[in-house]
Design a protein around this ligand. Structure first.
Ligand code: PMP
Length: 381
């Protein structure tokens, strides 16, 4: 009965990791998957997380019973405060709803399902959903799989000037059908590492409000981009001040429908991660320690950006490399073309996405010379 199943294309970023794992070269470097690495190239369990895990294990009052469908209440409230700020009018006016989801992808799926079912009426599969060009590739598929038939790109990246195409972006906001849904990256845009400035966000907000567009923020990297939770949440908080942005009263009906969607998807979420977050955020000492841990990661990325740029400039690699330090977050959109990427992978054992995106955390003080030299050769050969 399964003889007709067609082969699905591999997911590019996981295929890249597999190729990297299979590569026997001692020089190999993985700049693909978006995960934090230490300067030893190792995954890092945040010290505060280790500490809190031990506290949880020792707490005899906890058990493995089901959580509520929408998740651990303390997690939901503390996560809302992190995103919107302690003094958020939206929280005080009870306009905020929160669901503990399975990762960022689960959150996107819940949001997309809810919108398809209830935004602009029932089962509105025709509402256009706009995602940035380029975007994290899964955005397209998550919204399409939730039933949206019209997922379109909006202009975002100007390859020529290696920066934001603000005029193109604003143009698409002006010309799209009213009430379209726009997926925006809250900070540290994946894959370009290029965010609007605060002035540009204000322009974007003005058009979106005037044209009754629906804002869907994907916030995957708060704190990680600049090292400051406040700075990285600026856009989300600016937009959330307005009652006109679809953050309507957190009506009981919305929660009840969210529960129904969750119930048929994962029924109720796992508890361990939520407990770690809730305990950390609800203790002033642990919260401070967590912010410090996050800053450690953000600072290492900033250092690698500065070093990579300096090394390329010292090598005299043709082109400008300012974008490496201007971009923020985990990723840099290097501007390398697919042929140059191929050279890096096949000849230099440096693994990066075909789009030219690199994970800055994959760089270490030990491999950065090899990476810079490889980029230099790829560009000049
Ligand atoms: N949105 C964006 C913009 C991301 O970069 C990612 C992670 N790569 C996700 C969502 C998904 O997050 P998670 O891995 O937690 O599902």
């Amino acid at each position: 009965v399964f003889s007709e199943v067609p082969q699905a294309a591999p997911v590019a970023v996981f295929k890249l990791t597999q190729d990297f794992t299979n590569d026997q070269s001692p020089q190999k470097v993985n700049l693909g998957v978006g995960a934090y690495r230490t300067d030893e190239g190792k995954p890092w369990i945040l010290p505060v997380v280790k500490k809190v895990e031990k506290l949880i294990v020792q707490d005899d009052s906890l058990n493995h019973e089901y959580l509520p469908i929408l998740g651990l209440p303390e997690f939901r409230s503390s996560a809302s405060k992190i995103a919107l700020g302690d003094d958020s009018p939206a929280i005080h006016e009870n306009r905020v709803g929160a669901v503990q989801c399975l990762g960022g992808t689960g959150a996107l799926k819940m949001g997309a399902e809810f919108l398809r079912r209830f935004y602009n009426g029932n089962n509105n599969t025709k509402t256009p959903v706009y995602v940035s060009a380029p975007t994290w590739e899964n955005h397209n598929a998550v919204f399409a799989n939730a039933g949206f038939e019209d997922v379109r790109p909006y202009k975002y990246w100007d390859a020529e000037k290696r920066g934001l195409d603000l005029a193109g972006f604003l143009g698409d906001l002006e010309s799209c059908p009213e009430r379209s849904i726009f997926v925006l990256h809250a900070c540290a845009h994946n894959p370009t590492g290029t965010d609007p400035t605060q002035e540009q966000w204000k322009q974007i907000a003005e058009v979106m409000m005037r044209r009754k567009l629906f804002v869907f923020f994907d916030s995957a990297y708060q704190g990680f981009a600049s090292g400051s939770l406040e700075k990285d949440a600026w856009a989300v908080r600016y937009f959330s001040f307005s009652k006109n942005f679809g953050l309507y009263n957190e009506r009981v009906a919305n929660s009840s429908q969210m529960e129904k969607i969750v119930r048929t998807t994962w029924s109720n979420p796992p508890s361990q991660g939520a407990r770690i977050v809730a305990v950390t955020l609800n203790s002033p000492e642990l919260f401070a320690e967590w912010k410090d841990n996050v800053k450690t990661m953000a600072d290492r990325v900033l250092l690698m950006r500065a070093q990579l740029k300096a090394k390329l400039q010292a090598l005299g690699t043709p082109g400008t490399w300012d974008h490496i330090t201007e971009q923020i977050g985990m990723f840099s959109f290097t501007g390398l073309n697919p042929k140059q990427v191929e050279y890096m992978v096949n000849e230099k054992h440096v693994y990066l996405m075909a789009s030219g995106r690199i994970n800055m955390c994959g760089l270490t003080t030990k491999n950065i010379d090899h990476v810079a030299q490889s980029i230099h050769e790829a560009v000049t050969k």
